[in-house]
Design a protein around this ligand. Structure first.
Ligand SMILES: Cc1ncc(COP(=O)(O)O)c(C=O)c1O
Length: 390
């Protein structure tokens, strides 16, 4: 089942660019609207004015404890070897692993790239689902490898039996399996039992990368982190980030938990250049459990409230366990809808083919979501309330 997406990123980005271009917006805004959030090229005031619901960021920002830790760390700005809050040991203790099991990276995105660089190469493939967080598929092509992307099931879940079957059939070519849990862009989880089934039924030495960027927002009791599988000695790599729950996206800090021999292999390709403020901010954020619980509760509550409003307005939402959700647009295509939101100063998610009749919306503050709903109601007519989702 070599299922490659028929849409190239460039193609659909071009489509949105054309739609957005017609609105004669500044180039910085166009880039944001295309999901090209790497660098905003417009002005500060222009950026600040947007309601940002496009990149699954944490719109609350870091709590005071984390801000203070980063401010205090400025005194080391002129140093190379400086006290770093013992960040690697703090992460290890947090998970009950050894420091040899921790690979610190500049965002979890660097960790995903490092896994792909380490376990792929010409002739190799990464196996995952589509749509999912596509950065490992992109990195695969950067290192002249390829990907096998299995479509989601009809109810937008990851197809575990197809993943097992395909991994076994292509075992020699597959460098590693990628699973995003909860999945971006749907927010759907893979259960702990499904992960165990996958690991039990593919070759014992097959590396499996489980991207838990949105772990902290999950309430579903059937979900579980895959870190215990690392402790069992399986070739499992779990990627985590401080960009989402901890609101440190611009600080660039994340990590992977993996068996010590895999961490050593991967470390060769890691930049080892996480900055001092990020390290101290991350340490403070792991310690401030009250702030984490508070922001999780606010975001989950706002997600569930917004979902209910959308569904009673007639637009089904894919059940999400993350800080974003996908709403069905009926027969409307998402490209034009993104442009309409942009006209009203609201940035929403980019298209995720083949789900082109769905819009991904990140969950912001109560005020952000009120503005989103007002705009949504201007763009879309009310329909009969829906209980059926998807
Ligand atoms: C599923 C997933 N993994 C990883 C990342 C990378 O995040 P970062 O590099 O900021 O840690 C993102 C960012 O949106 C994501 O959605």
């Amino acid at each position: 089942m070599d299922v490659r997406s028929p849409f190239s990123r460039r193609k659909f980005v071009g489509g949105v660019a054309a739609a957005v271009g017609a609105l004669s917006l500044r180039p910085g805004a166009e880039l944001l609207a295309q999901g090209q959030t790497a660098q905003f090229t417009g002005g500060e005031a222009e950026y600040d004015a947007f309601i940002k619901l496009a990149s699954n960021e944490n719109n609350y920002g870091p709590p005071p404890s984390v801000m203070k830790a980063m401010q205090d760390a400025f005194k080391y700005a002129n140093r190379y070897g400086y006290p770093d809050g013992n960040i690697v040991q703090v992460i290890a203790d947090h998970h009950g692993v050894k420091r040899e099991n921790v690979l610190l990276t500049a965002g979890s995105g660097e960790g995903l790239d490092v896994v792909a660089t380490t376990y792929l190469g010409p002739g190799k493939k990464v196996l995952g689902v589509s749509p999912s967080y596509a950065s490992v598929f992109q990195q695969a092509s950067n290192v002249k490898a390829d990907s096998i992307q299995i479509p989601l099931t009809k109810d937008y879940r990851q197809n575990i039996s197809a993943m097992i079957e395909t991994t076994n059939r292509h075992a020699r070519e597959i460098g590693f399996v990628y699973m995003c849990n909860p999945n971006n862009p749907t927010g759907a989880v893979v259960t702990a039992k499904e992960i165990k089934d996958l690991l039990d039924n593919i070759p014992k030495d097959m590396p499996v990368l489980i991207d838990e960027a949105y772990h902290h927002f999950v309430n579903d009791p059937a979900y579980g982190t895959a870190i215990p599988h690392v402790l069992e000695g399986r070739p499992v790599i779990v990627a985590r980030t401080f960009s989402k729950i901890a609101a440190l996206a611009a600080m660039r800090i994340g990590y992977s938990i993996a068996p010590a021999d895999m961490v050593r292999e991967m470390n060769v390709y890691a930049s080892n250049s996480v900055n001092v403020l990020a390290k101290w901010g991350a340490v403070a954020s792991l310690k401030d459990k009250a702030a984490e619980a508070d922001v999780k509760a606010k975001i989950v509550d706002m997600r569930d409230k917004t979902t209910k409003v959308l569904e009673s307005y007639g637009y089904p939402v894919i059940p999400s366990q993350a800080n974003f959700f996908m709403v069905s647009l009926g027969d409307r295509q998402v490209q034009g809808v993104i442009a309409e939101f942009l006209k009203m100063g609201i940035l929403v998610g980019r298209p995720f083919p083949p789900l082109l009749n769905h819009l991904r919306v990140s969950v912001g503050t109560a005020e952000d979501m009120e503005k989103f709903m007002t705009a949504f109601k201007k763009i879309f007519p009310q329909k009969a309330a829906t209980a059926t989702r998807g």
